[in-house]
Design a protein around this ligand. Structure first.
Ligand code: ADP
Length: 759
């Protein structure tokens, strides 16, 4: 309030409006005079001579007080007071009643009727009139204030009651309990809802923490205690979920929230909170979790089925998962045979429970439903085999395999009933949940997909195998055809060459013998002898050639599979040398051997034959007084060996898997004519010769090197020639050797000095 307002308030406090209800004009004047003498207040005076007019004036002007004459022409003072009270509906009236004479009980009646003051006209003075008016006004004001306060108070109380009721209703409708733990006294207070939530009789909770603790599930007690203590100690809000056990043994979930309150010293003195039942929320969460787990399981199975084509693996996984997910003692897959019988093909069983797979136990799920029922998609979800719906015989049968409750779901492939996916609960009866039945059904559908997928795969495999077989047969036929054609061609060529090669000596023989037959030489015995010699030489050549052809044919026909054995290399060389000593002497050529005393794994006759052939050729083309040598070397470089691997392996089966670590290299050297570069490869072909005259002059057949090549290749070796025209030739051939034996033999022998023999 500023000073102006304060001034105005002070003025209004000092000015008063007074209504005088008095029929005597002189007395009214007297009252005015008294009032005008009161210099503490400024009075505005309203006047009237009748009660009715007075009541009207009061209604209009609302004066601060009324000076009321007891005797009015139209009513007395008490009647006026009653009428005024009705009009302004207030028990207290700022009225000073003026009486002219003593009247018994009038004062009490006036006060009772609401008048504040009572004055006898004869005793009126300025001072007591002022005081009476002041008191009447002040009392009225006070009474009004008290009445206002009373009203306000009652409104507050009403509002508080209302709030309390609302809170109670809210707590009741929210089924929320309240607890209040006084930490100083240890006393715990619960409201009624709290007791209801804990299934206790109203008023039965004794207010101790121990009584609360007793209601909590034993597994949750420590956690609850810890959560409450932590909230108190850390001055933080409490929010915790726990289980309680009702008197009937049922378990319920509770969520509590609370707050600790501290004193001025920041010490906790009480903690207050709420409890609500969260069974539904918990059930919903659990249901959601179960559904999620189920979905995950089905998805997992779907992925496995997509990835795998191994049906037995999928079936095994399925029964394992079903058993673990449903927490049952046994899960099986039962497969129907075309004749309607069936067998358990996969089983997953908990330890300690009877197995029915691979045992004497016969299991037939068709006691509770027929195959026809299953064909129509019938599912058995039997919660208790003793429910009375199973006949005694089948009941006995179920008891034998320890079944208490079972869930049987058909497995289809297309429209065909393939088998059953079965869950056995053996420890107790079991109420199967809809979600559980759905899960097993979904898994049965996945199994069905897996079966069809596996069938398709098997079918495809079979078709593929058949196709491959057909392709192979076709290929074989083709190869055979090609080979036959090649053989035919070779034969034609061979016959051409052979007939040509045979014709040469035959023509020569025919000529000589013809001349003899005609008797043209009869007189010339010397010439006759010459003719007979020519015929004899050509016959020998013919025989040699026929033998060589037969030999080659034998080698090629694979009729003579090599029979290798451990042989002494120098001995083999000496055998070959011995056979050629005569020819060497005739040719005037020296022979030399350079060979370590080693053992080699070869077919001895064939190697002697090869060496003899090569020696024979060397001698044929060597000049007099020259030398032909055979040397042998051990070679560790396997790169050379790898080239030979491409050649045909014709060792017998005992050696077909031999690992070769080294090879022996033979070299037959001469210092004769040599071989031109363009013939170095071709001379190993049949009937190939450097010069057409070679067969005539040297008596060759052109088959020797072809035979050597064949023998060496059958040893998995390689043969080649290095030569400089006019300077001589060296024929090499290698023979791979088995690993350990060679190593052993060579390991001891390599260190010895090579022997060089000359003949
Ligand atoms: P042949 O019976 O004709 O000797 P081969 O197959 O043994 O048949 O030899 C084929 C040809 O290779 C020979 O006719 C000859 O032309 C040539 N030849 C073989 N060995 C030698 C050699 N050491 N020196 C020169 N030429 C050779």
């Amino acid at each position: 309030m500023d000073t102006m307002d304060q001034k105005r308030a002070a003025i209004s406090e000092r000015s008063r409006t007074i209504l005088i209800v008095e029929d005597s004009l002189s007395y009214r004047k007297l009252l005015r005079d008294y009032l005008s003498q009161d210099n503490r207040y400024t009075y505005t005076i309203l006047e009237t001579g009748t009660g009715a007019e007075g009541l009207k004036q009061y209604r209009i002007a609302k004066p601060d007080a009324i000076l009321l004459d007891y005797l009015l022409p139209d009513m007395n003072g008490l009647e006026f007071l009653q009428a005024l009270q009705q009009q302004i509906k207030k028990p207290d009236l700022p009225v000073v009643l003026l009486t002219q004479y003593e009247q018994e009980n009038l004062e009490a009646q006036a006060i009772e009727s609401g008048a504040q003051q009572y004055l006898s006209k004869s005793e009126i003075t300025t001072e007591n009139l002022r005081l009476s008016l002041h008191n009447a006004i002040k009392q009225g004001e006070l009474l009004r204030q008290v009445a206002a306060l009373k009203l306000e108070n009652s409104q507050h109380i009403k509002a508080l009651n209302q709030h309390e009721e609302q809170l109670r209703l809210a707590l009741a409708s929210a089924q929320m309990g309240i607890w209040d733990w006084n930490l100083l006294t240890g006393k715990v207070q619960w409201n009624r809802e709290h007791e209801e939530l804990f299934n206790l009789e109203p008023g039965s909770f004794d207010g101790s923490y121990e009584a609360f603790d007793q209601c909590i599930h034993p597994d949750d007690r420590a956690n609850v205690h810890q959560a409450v203590i932590q909230s108190i100690e850390s001055h933080s809000s409490l929010c915790h979920q726990y289980r309680i056990i009702w008197a009937d043994g049922s378990i319920h979930w509770i969520e509590t929230r609370g707050e600790a309150f501290l004193n001025n010293a920041q010490e906790p003195i009480r903690t207050v909170g709420t409890v609500v039942n969260i069974d539904k929320r918990h059930q919903a969460q659990q249901l959601l979790q179960t559904q999620l787990d189920q979905q995950r399981l089905v998805l997992d199975m779907t992925v496995r089925i997509r990835r795998s084509l191994d049906l037995s693996e999928i079936l095994k996984t399925t029964v394992e998962e079903v058993r673990q997910f449903l927490q049952i003692e046994r899960a099986i897959v039962y497969k129907f045979a075309p004749d309607g019988t069936g067998t358990v093909i996969v089983e997953s069983v908990s330890a300690g429970w009877e197995e029915i797979l691979h045992t004497e136990q016969i299991y037939d799920p068709c006691g509770e439903a027929s195959i026809k029922d299953f064909q129509q998609g019938f599912v058995i979800a039997n919660s208790d085999i003793y429910s009375g719906e199973i006949d005694d015989l089948h009941l006995q049968f179920l008891e034998n395999v320890q079944i208490m409750a079972n869930l049987v779901v058909p497995i289809f492939t297309g429209d065909e009933l393939w088998g059953l996916l079965i869950a056995h609960h053996c420890s107790a009866p079991r109420q199967w949940q809809v979600s559980e039945i759905d899960l097993v059904k979904q898994l049965a559908s996945q199994v069905s997909i897996a079966i069809q997928q596996s069938d398709l795969f098997t079918q495809a495999q079979q078709e593929l195998t058949q196709r491959k077989q057909a392709e192979m047969t076709l290929q074989l036929l083709n190869t055979e055809l090609k080979q036959r054609r090649a053989v035919e061609k070779l034969k034609d060529e061979f016959i051409g060459i052979v007939s040509h090669e045979l014709r040469t000596p035959l023509t020569s023989m025919q000529g000589s013998l013809g001349l003899l037959a005609m008797g043209l030489m009869d007189d010339e015995p010397e010439q006759m002898k010459q003719m007979i010699e020519i015929a004899s030489i050509e016959t020998e050549r013919l025989v040699r050639m026929v033998n060589n052809i037969l030999d080659l044919d034998k080698l090629d026909a694979d009729a003579d599979v090599l029979q290798p054995e451990w042989c002494d290399a120098p001995t083999l060389i000496q055998q070959a040398m011995s056979a050629m000593i005569g020819s060497a002497a005739a040719a005037g050529v020296d022979l030399a051997i350079d060979c370590p005393p080693i053992q080699i794994w070869v077919a001895p006759d064939r190697i002697v034959q090869t060496l003899t052939n090569l020696l024979g050729n060397a001698l044929k083309f060597s000049p007099q007084n020259s030398m032909v040598s055979i040397s042998v070397e051990v070679i560790d470089d396997l790169s050379e060996l790898s080239q030979t691997q491409t050649s045909l392996v014709r060792f017998d089966s005992a050696q077909s898997n031999t690992n070769f670590s080294r090879q022996i290299r033979f070299a037959v050297r001469d210092y004769g004519r040599g071989i031109p570069a363009d013939k170095l490869e071709t001379i190993f072909n049949r009937f190939e010769q450097v010069d057409a005259s070679d067969s005539r002059d040297k008596g060759g057949t052109g088959l020797g090197l072809a035979i050597c090549k064949s023998i060496v290749e059958q040893h998995q070796g390689r043969i080649w020639v290095e030569s400089l025209w006019g300077q001589g030739s060296t024929f090499f051939f290698t023979l791979p050797q088995p690993m350990q034996e060679t190593a052993l033999v060579l390991g001891t022998l390599e260190k010895q000095t090579y022997c060089i023999d000359r003949y």
